[in-house]
Design a protein around this ligand. Structure first.
Ligand SMILES: NC(=O)c1ccc[n+]([C@@H]2O[C@H](COP(=O)([O-])OP(=O)(O)OC[C@H]3O[C@@H](n4cnc5c(N)ncnc54)[C@H](OP(=O)(O)O)[C@@H]3O)[C@@H](O)[C@H]2O)c1
Length: 245
């Protein structure tokens, strides 16, 4: 005979995918999620770094570049196999900063910046939208890590500014029209000022072009990555509490 006693079902462990999860902000947000009992999938192009991270904590590695569709096919495979086809949150925290004048930037440099900042976000949005259509029980919060340079400009960082403005445009378009999926899909952007991470402290190293001198915000004390990570986590929990009402 079936028991009529209420059996408490185990709380579902939520699953997040953090792209750029070995970087400054991505790593901090992964830690906050882990501390709050989320399962964390870390996306990175650095396979060796991912293996090291997976050895020392509970993270699930997702190797490859998030502008490459193969990474998203691998994520879907993983989600279907291990997480009932439900990734609850995707955080896009990828990018780099090189100093290239807006007057001199080339198509290749703009495309490289779009690969680092914009296409991972577009792919994340498309992934979450397809998941919501496939799996009506799923909920997903997609968070783009933007920048103050999403809505301001600096002529010395042309490709970065172009890619960040495109990212803000994508966010706005997604908020305007979510294909009727707003009860299951939330899209957010967070636009921090300077943050104390390699992107900021080592900016310009790859191309050997140093931070240009002049009046800009480089003298302002950068924020801690942990502060931004907490803001991101608060945004995620806000969406889930709204859905749970
Ligand atoms: N730090 C700041 O001052 C600041 C301010 C405002 C906004 N942001 C934004 O915050 C986000 C995270 O940056 P962060 O400060 O945490 O910098 P970070 O420590 O350098 O981390 C960024 C990560 O992005 C990944 N990445 C770099 N180039 C990429 C590319 N071409 N394609 C795919 N992934 C790439 C790298 O991961 P792998 O090498 O492991 O793949 C890297 O670890 C970025 O979008 C950045 O624009 C930063």
């Amino acid at each position: 005979m079936l028991s009529t006693d209420p059996v408490p079902s185990p709380a579902k462990k939520r699953v997040a995918c953090v792209l750029g999860g070995l970087g400054g902000i991505g790593h901090s947000v992964s830690r906050v999620l882990d501390q709050n009992c989320w399962t964390v999938i870390i996306g990175s192009r650095n396979a060796a770094g991912l293996n090291q991270a997976a050895d020392s904590s509970h993270v699930v590695p997702l190797p490859g570049s998030p502008s490459d569709p193969a990474v998203w096919a691998a994520l879907q495979n993983l989600a279907e196999r291990s997480f009932a086809d439900c990734i609850d949150c995707i955080i896009v925290s990828t990018g780099n900063l090189e100093f290239v004048s807006s007057l001199d930037m080339t198509r290749g440099q703009v495309e490289a910046a779009m690969d680092a900042h914009f296409y991972p976000a577009l792919n994340a949005l498309q992934y979450a939208t397809r998941q919501a259509r496939r799996n009506p029980d799923s909920r997903c919060v997609v968070i783009f890590v933007g920048s103050t340079l999403c809505h301001e400009a600096e002529m010395d960082a042309g490709p970065y500014v172009v890619a960040k403005h495109a990212l803000l445009g994508l966010y706005r378009a997604a908020c305007e029209d979510q294909f009727g999926l707003e009860s299951r899909l939330a899209v957010k952007i967070i636009c921090p000022p300077n943050v104390d991470t390699p992107l900021w402290t080592k900016a310009g190293l790859a191309t050997g072009v140093p931070r240009p001198e002049g009046p800009d915000d480089s003298t302002e004390e950068p924020l801690k990555a942990e502060t931004i990570a907490q803001q991101i986590y608060d945004q995620i929990t806000q969406s889930f509490s709204k859905w749970e009402i």
